[in-house]
Write a protein that binds this ligand. Structure first.
Ligand code: FRU
Length: 469
């Protein structure tokens, strides 16, 4: 059975209408999405692929969904790019990976998951149809003896000088299980040489109790940055340091959390035309029937592309500039805010900038507000930026700690700015020019869409509010 053909036909007949989806976040055409894959530029367009199971709103035999864009904000779906091979007994599903151009062709490097996990290639010269090469290019013979072939996945391929390198997540064999990242090099993408493991055992035990999933890598201003998603922890860590290409060792700086929300995993980065490094992640959602996306026939989405910069060896993230091209209906407020102020802007897709010269506890904004001004609150308290979903998002699987999210933030003599993007099912918040970021799912409440500026006392505030087209 040709599972690619079957998936393409199924998707064509089951596409979920746009009105049930986000407006500026990429969602699956139908069914389930997890990790972003193959984020790249080829043939004049940005390409984003994603872990895809079209047939249900839960995870299944992995395909690669595909979409293209001119600006990384609005995406057009392309036909499914990769599908598992029949029969399922030997699996051969297409797990996460990345993409690169070589000799004019667009190459996808991904994990073939079956009995064991091996790295494979597929290529295309039109950016639509991808030819899968079934013989793995990195398999057991290429692995050091202490790394398990059963947990060896998510290749991040890139070029440095004239050579290709790939970082792959792996897991140590034996009783104490821990993840690591392995580095390989190649001249042609087909034949790979193992270089080494990035981290020492003690570092791995501390940070990756199991697999180090979806390693991501980029260089900014001469500094190497590793981003990794430890399995089961459902959070993303990063470290700024330097990678030694002779030994494979990564001289790591502090290990930091990339996002303080509940829904942000498995990042994938690329470099866009402006030269900026941008990254996007999977906002996972739960598999429970209460998940508001599931009732519309899809589940999971990709976060906004975030421009990444470094300041004092820490990552700052903001949505890429192109998002501003979709703003409409500007409303501005500047002055003293007393208690609360309902804005004329309302809706379920919003882009908001708040500025405080001297922020006080309780200053912030409520979205999805009802007539009493209660809803989804983003505010400041005692050195932290917080999102309170208590009155907005309830599922039986979320713990109380998941309702109020917080991140420590620096203020400059009390000055703080907060950017908020709401897109129906998700809110992304960026505080202090991107020093802290949150990606978290929210309940979509189209019947309750007021926007209210709030303060616990009186405050000087500047606000710009936009709907997003
Ligand atoms: C991360 C992950 C990857 C794997 C993929 C399978 O979410 O578990 O490690 O390749 O998802 O869908």
């Amino acid at each position: 059975m040709d599972l690619l053909k079957r998936a393409r036909e199924f998707v064509a007949n089951n596409t979920v209408a746009d009105c049930y989806k986000c407006r500026v976040h990429l969602t699956p055409e139908t069914g389930w999405l997890n990790d972003p894959n193959g984020y790249s530029f080829y043939n004049g367009k940005y390409h984003m692929f994603y872990q895809f199971y079209p047939y249900a709103t839960h995870w299944g035999m992995m395909h690669w969904g595909h979409a293209t864009s001119s600006d990384c904000i609005k995406w057009e779906y392309a036909p499914v790019a990769l599908a598992p091979k029949y029969p399922f007994a030997i699996g051969k599903a297409c797990y996460s990976g990345s993409a690169i151009e070589h000799n004019g062709a667009h190459y996808l490097m991904f994990t073939q998951n079956g009995i064991g996990q091996r790295q494979c290639l597929a290529y295309s010269t039109d950016g639509v149809d991808y030819t899968r090469i079934m013989k793995p290019v990195i398999a057991e013979k290429d692995l050091p003896a202490d790394v398990s072939i059963g947990n060896f996945r998510d290749p991040k391929v890139y070029k440095r000088g004239s050579k290709f390198y790939v970082l792959i997540g792996g897991r140590q064999k034996g009783n104490v299980k821990f993840g690591n990242i392995l580095l390989f090099s190649s001249d042609d993408l087909y034949s790979w040489k193992y270089i080494g493991k990035l981290f020492e055992k003690s570092f791995c035990i501390k940070h990756f109790e199991d697999m180090a999933e979806c390693p991501d890598f980029f260089t900014i201003g001469g500094k190497d940055v590793i981003v990794v998603s430890p399995w089961r922890k459902q959070k993303v860590l990063y470290s700024v340091g330097s990678l030694d290409y002779e030994t494979g060792k990564f001289a790591s700086g502090d290990v930091e959390l990339l996002d303080y929300g509940t829904d942000f995993f498995a990042t994938q980065s690329t470099t866009i035309a402006s030269g900026d490094v941008v990254l996007s992640a999977w906002a996972q959602g739960t598999v429970s029937a209460e998940n508001p996306m599931v009732k519309h026939g899809w589940n999971g989405l990709l976060t906004l592309p975030r421009k990444v910069t470094l300041k004092d060896n820490k990552i700052y993230q903001m949505p890429i500039e192109a998002l501003k091209n979709y703003r409409k209906n500007c409303e501005k407020f500047q002055g003293e805010l007393v208690a609360s102020r309902e804005m004329s802007t309302h809706g379920d897709v919003l882009d908001i900038e708040l500025k405080f010269n001297r922020i006080k506890d309780g200053d912030g904004i409520v979205l999805y507000a009802d007539n009493e001004g209660n809803g989804l609150k983003v505010y400041y308290e005692k050195g932290f930026v917080k999102i309170d979903r208590t009155l907005n998002y309830r599922t039986s699987v979320a713990s109380a700690a998941e309702y109020i999210l917080s991140a420590p933030v620096d203020t400059n003599n009390g000055a703080l700015n907060i950017r908020i993007v709401l897109d129906k099912f998700i809110i992304e918040v960026f505080a202090n020019e991107g020093q802290r970021a949150f990606s978290t799912l929210v309940a979509h409440t189209p019947e309750r869409t007021k926007v209210v500026l709030v303060t616990a006392s009186k405050t000087e505030c500047e606000a710009e509010l936009y709907n997003i087209n």
